[in-house]
Design a protein around this ligand. Structure first.
Ligand code: ATR
Length: 282
């Protein structure tokens, strides 16, 4: 059966299969199935073999493989190379091409709420693939300042070394927690707080969010994370990760199928499956 895979480990939290299969169905692509392929890092070779099999049409890539998959692919789009992470794999004439639709999804989710990052000051928690896409998207959209806050300093430095030289106008700092107070936008691009660890927050206990900021959690399950609840209590405007998931998925769908993505169908399917997951846990 023609397949599109979701590569990640673990994948219990994912709602992409419901969302993408609803889109395939809506567009009359009934023979193709979007399915999870959740293997541990030691089985990277098996993942790549599955991608190279003739019935595989492409893939999405999520935690923790957005960066480690890159050397296994045949080529990268300029965007994926610039961001330094792949969340979508396209197959052309048997070759595996790494692309990135996270940056687009991230900006669309902001724009949909009337938020335009030009001249903004933004803090990004994290330095993995999702953080790289958010950093690139904000810098490209004309943000004035970005601070990266991550547990592992070396990863922030690697991300900065790759991206900062491309944006000479950008004010940039790493692990400057004091600067958080002047940020307009604070983004959680770590996996902290994701189901089933919904009681966790990426913000250290001694750090407060700036009042009046927009706080965006890229985590979509649960829809309201502890990070967003805390932000809400500080008077922030909060954004969950669902719309970004839908927009990055819609762009990936278009790359695989060449058809316009049925955004409404995808949003509805994602919302429904998320709701039923939450109900089954309560
Ligand atoms: P993705 O590519 O989807 O962004 P990733 O590359 O595994 O996934 O990145 C996950 C991010 O969450 C990283 O920034 C990671 O921090 P480290 O670079 O220090 O590993 C962050 N993260 C994950 N678990 C964390 C935790 N318990 N506390 C703080 N940060 C965490």
């Amino acid at each position: 059966m023609p397949s599109i895979y979701l590569l990640g480990y673990p994948l219990g939290h994912s709602i992409s299969p419901a969302m993408q299969n609803a889109a395939l169905h809506e567009c009359g692509i009934r023979e193709t199935h979007y399915q999870k392929l959740s293997l541990p890092p030691e089985q990277m070779d098996e993942m790549i073999a599955a991608l190279r099999a003739p019935d595989c049409l492409g893939a999405n890539v999520t935690v923790p493989y957005k960066q480690t998959i890159m050397p296994h692919l045949d080529s990268l789009t300029d965007l994926a190379r610039d961001i330094g992470a792949v969340n979508t794999i396209i197959k052309r004439d048997g070759a595996l091409i790494g692309d990135n639709t996270d940056a687009y999804g991230f900006l669309q989710a902001l724009r949909e709420r009337g938020i335009h990052p030009k001249h903004c000051r933004a803090a990004i928690l994290g330095a993995g693939g999702a953080a790289a896409a958010a950093t690139y998207a904000l810098a490209q959209a004309g943000a004035r300042e970005i601070i990266l806050l991550n547990r592992t300093l070396a990863r922030s430095i690697a991300l900065a070394d790759r991206l900062v030289p491309r944006f000479p106008e950008l004010e940039f700092a790493i692990n400057d927690w004091d600067a958080l107070a002047r940020m307009h936008l604070v983004i959680n691009a770590t996996s902290v707080g994701m189901s089933p660890h919904a009681d966790e927050t990426p913000l250290p206990a001694n750090i407060s969010l700036p009042r009046g900021a927009v706080v965006f959690d890229l985590v979509y399950n649960p829809p309201v994370t502890r990070f967003l609840r805390d932000a809400n209590q500080r008077g922030a405007r909060v954004i969950g990760g669902l719309e970004m998931l839908v927009y990055q998925g819609a762009r990936a769908f278009e790359l695989w199928t060449g058809q316009t993505a049925p955004i409404r169908t995808m949003h509805t399917a994602a919302t429904h499956v998320l709701q039923s997951m939450i109900e089954s846990h309560t």
